[in-house]
Design a protein around this ligand. Structure first.
Ligand SMILES: *Cc1c(COP(=O)(O)O)cnc(C)c1O
Length: 392
């Protein structure tokens, strides 16, 4: 089996590049250059130096002793929550903006739902002195006001989107429209392993630093460079793709994906795309989508703003279809329980998204010497209101 993207941009039947004609040259240009640029030693030096000194990498791999006792295995946390801006998203934003600069682009656009990808991209644009425009649904602008204020303080222009449901999907459509109007000077930073090829592969590669570091850190701690299990939450799938990347072809490693069940997969309030989705095309790629019988995209629901995307990265649609990964649906309540547990016994307040990965521990049975890594994708500061409103 090959779990990496093929030369046509597909993972099995999933992926590809379904884009308007006007963007064809742009996407083609990106496709023809991204591997060259990412592999260039001077790019790598620039990227790696900033990952170390600005983002704060490598992120620690922490053996969580009390969590280990509770679940009867050796449980490590990969601490992406300790990165600058509080999550894994900056790994990708930094890589793409550096790449955009090398492609001669002078203007950055992005879409954001909860605002985390917008903040990460605005941060990197401030650092690298690039003008930045962030599209955000008007409902999200209201719901995530602090992130709007952060982006504005960082010098970005936040563009509220009033169409559709005024959420992420509408913001993405608007960002694509902007890109269509400004194909020459503008670079579109996509925030997850989604969009037309080569984005899903490019984002996975930029996030693969997570599993690259894990290999070194596990070798130090355990004398072998792989764990028995890796657990990650999936919204669009970027933190999971990064945590899995160097283990995709090591069948000794079980890959566990936690998607957001919301109030339950048998209710209308869910974002469990892999459980509930059917094949279709969204934002430039063929993948699983939450859709009605006649193909209208359904508004997803999750307590976690970072997980309520109606699609899923094509790599994850493929990993699950081939049974390389196991996908568990985690409800709001299960995730909340896991967030409070981690906080009480390890002193770490996780992001609501990451709490879905932690909750998956409850659904697995381990042997005492199993080595388990939970990718702690982000910190919980942004979720305090949710935690205060839903104490466990
Ligand atoms: C955005 C976000 C996610 C979901 O995005 P992926 O692309 O699936 O990783 C998960 N965790 C945190 C902390 C986030 O900010």
């Amino acid at each position: 089996m090959n779990y990496n993207v093929n030369e046509n941009g597909y993972y099995g039947d999933f992926g590809g590049a379904y884009i308007p004609e006007i963007l064809h040259a742009n996407v083609e240009n990106l496709k023809n250059n991204y591997l060259k640029i990412l592999g260039d030693p001077s790019f790598q030096k620039e990227f790696n130096d900033l990952m170390r000194d600005y983002v704060g990498r490598p992120s620690p791999l922490f053996l969580a002793k009390r969590l280990s006792e509770k679940y009867g295995a050796k449980i490590y946390l990969k601490r992406e929550d300790l990165n600058h801006t509080g999550a894994h998203k900056i790994n990708n934003s930094l890589g793409q903006v550096l790449l955009a600069r090398r492609m001669g682009k002078t203007r950055i656009i992005a879409e954001t739902g909860a605002g985390q990808h917008g903040v990460a991209t605005a941060t990197v644009c401030a650092l690298l002195n690039m003008p930045c425009f962030v599209y955000m649904g008007e409902l999200d602008v209201q719901r995530q006001h602090l992130n709007v204020q952060k982006m504005e303080m960082l010098g970005a222009t936040v563009v509220p989107v009033y169409s559709g449901n005024k959420t992420l999907k509408d913001a993405t459509n608007e960002a694509i429209r902007d890109w269509c109007c400004n194909p020459e000077d503008t670079y579109y930073v996509i925030g997850s392993t989604i969009g037309p090829h080569p984005y899903p592969d490019m984002v996975a590669r930029l996030q693969s630093v997570i599993s690259e570091e894990m290999q070194k850190q596990l070798l130090e701690h355990e004398g072998r460079d792989y764990p028995d299990y890796i657990l990650a939450c999936v919204g669009g799938g970027s933190n999971a793709a990064g945590a899995f990347y160097h283990y995709l072809h090591n069948e000794k490693v079980q890959l566990i994906e936690a998607e957001a069940a919301g109030k339950g997969i048998d209710t209308p309030y869910s974002a469990a795309t892999i459980h509930l989705g059917r094949e279709g095309i969204i934002h430039g790629c063929r993948t699983l989508i939450m859709q009605t019988k006649d193909g209208q995209i359904e508004e997803p629901y999750s307590i976690s703003a970072g997980l309520d995307y109606p699609g899923i990265g094509p790599i994850h649609a493929y990993l699950s279809k081939t049974n390389r990964s196991t996908v568990l649906a985690i409800t709001d309540d299960e995730a909340l329980e896991a967030a409070f547990l981690l906080t009480r016994i390890e002193g770490i307040i996780p992001a609501m998204e990451s709490a879905h990965a932690l909750a998956a521990l409850e659904k697995l049975t381990f042997k005492p010497d199993d080595v388990v890594v939970v990718n702690l994708s982000g910190r919980g500061d942004k979720d305090m209101e949710t935690y205060i409103a839903n104490p466990k």
